[in-house]
Design a protein around this ligand. Structure first.
Ligand SMILES: Nc1ncnc2c1ncn2[C@@H]1O[C@H](COP(=O)(O)OP(=O)(O)OP(=O)(O)O)[C@@H](O)[C@H]1O
Ligand SMILES: [Mg+2]
Length: 389
């Protein structure tokens, strides 16, 4: 059998996934160290205090990956000292309700705990009991917490932090890393939540500059690509374009690298050439965050695909009536052999997509796509959903 050579290493695609935490984080190592230093008392003086830290910074500045790396290191330090520390990372964007949020936390910390039939507050208490019984400490990252507070309200933050604040003379077991694009959400918290929230330390991550992006890309290329498949010139090209069009967003840089590699493979090239990067740029939009789309449920994705297709057909339209999108949605469902949901449910799905900041809805409940080219969104979803029938 003829096997075609790929520019990627066998597990290279995994190394370009947004979930992947690379061994080194160029230009964020110092932040990791500072975070570990700040959080170290959790291990050295276990239970003395519930630590809270807030990380802010615009999209693609490495907030999520830095928190995960910090969690890895903290777990390792604890293990070496014979202490039990669990790191849990919950993206609040992917959790539509209070219950879903708590469920996700429990799932990561104590998968054996039964969650059905309990309310969120009961579950939080069960979590607390679990940590106590196992003499375990938790470092919990609530990622994109601003999003959660905007859409679901603040009370779960209040409850979570109250859990640790109200108990006196027993060890504090839950520590927090909060992540948000900016600190604006602090202004909408009520004084009672704010007093509990009180991050003792705050880190603001600046966007990457061209040289920094170059270092990040160089490391990733070594991990993901076969030797001599991506030249320094290509890395410079991507870094420069990311600064120019992507606001120094490392996610965009890695998306471009991945897309360019896939195009090289598609065309049977032994290496990535500048034209592949240019084509990748055509197909990639810095405002499309793949992780936002990946976490959507199936019918949200199908509806979004229907909207993207309709808008790609109707290039002059800013908004389309939901009836029109519904027709396209029914066609999409047929293509993917899915039972379409009814009108009421479809409205709910559209509202959820709006709350997630992915689509816009005008006062007549017409749907639109603001930031991203419809065709780019369409292609992305088709890749995600597979080819259909
Ligand atoms: N210093 C770095 N070294 C290596 N990879 C990095 C670095 N910073 C960011 N990345 C990579 O860039 C992508 C985006 O980073 P990350 O998800 O941490 O951004 P973010 O600040 O959380 O963005 P958002 O606000 O959109 O969630 C990820 O694939 C991440 O692995
Ligand atoms: Mg993030």
């Amino acid at each position: 059998m003829l096997t075609r050579r790929s520019v990627f290493k066998p597990d290279g695609l995994k190394k370009l996934d947004f979930e992947y935490v690379p061994p080194r984080l160029p230009h964020r190592e110092e932040y990791v160290e500072r975070l570990v230093d700040f959080l170290r008392p959790i291990i050295e003086r276990p239970g003395a205090i519930s630590e809270r830290v807030l990380i802010t910074g615009r999209s693609g500045t490495g907030k999520t990956v830095t928190a995960k790396k910090t969690g890895e290191i903290m777990e390792r330090i604890a293990r070496n000292r014979g202490k039990k520390l669990i790191y849990a990372h919950v993206n609040c964007r992917a959790t539509g309700s209070k219950f879903a949020l708590v469920q996700r936390i429990i799932h990561q910390v104590a998968p054996a705990l039964p969650v059905r039939g309990y309310g969120p507050i009961e579950l939080l208490h069960a979590l607390w009991d679990y940590l106590n019984e196992h003499d375990c400490f938790l470092l919990l990252t609530l990622d994109e917490i601003d999003y959660y507070i905007r859409t679901t309200g603040e009370d779960i933050v209040y409850e979570l932090t109250r859990l640790t604040d109200e108990v006196k003379n027993v060890p504090q077991r839950i520590n927090f890393i909060f992540i948000s694009r900016n600190g604006g959400f602090l202004n909408v918290l009520s004084p009672s939540t704010l007093s509990k929230f009180r991050p003792q330390e705050r880190f603001d991550f600046p966007p990457y500059n061209e040289l920094q992006l170059r270092d990040i890309l160089t490391e990733r290329v070594k991990e993901a690509f076969n030797e001599n498949c991506v030249s320094e010139e290509i890395i410079d090209f991507i870094a420069r374009n990311t600064c120019k069009y992507g606001h120094g967003d490392a996610r965009y840089a890695i998306q471009l690298l991945l897309a360019a590699g896939l195009i090289a493979d598609r065309d049977g090239y032994p290496m990535v050439i500048p034209e592949h990067v240019r084509e990748a740029q055509e197909k990639t939009d810095p405002r499309l965050r793949d992780e936002d789309i990946v976490v959507l449920n199936e019918h949200q994705k199908l509806l979004l695909l229907a909207l993207a297709r309709s808008l790609a057909d109707r290039k002059e339209a800013v908004f389309l009536p939901i009836e029109e999108v519904e027709e396209a949605y029914n066609v999409v469902c047929e293509e993917y052999s899915k039972q379409p949901v009814g009108r009421v449910m479809l409205h709910a799905l559209a509202s959820e997509l709006k709350a997630a900041g992915i689509i816009v809805i005008d006062s007549n409940f017409r749907l639109g796509l603001d930031g991203v080219k419809a065709e780019v969104m369409e292609r992305f979803l088709e890749n995600l959903l597979g080819k259909g029938r």
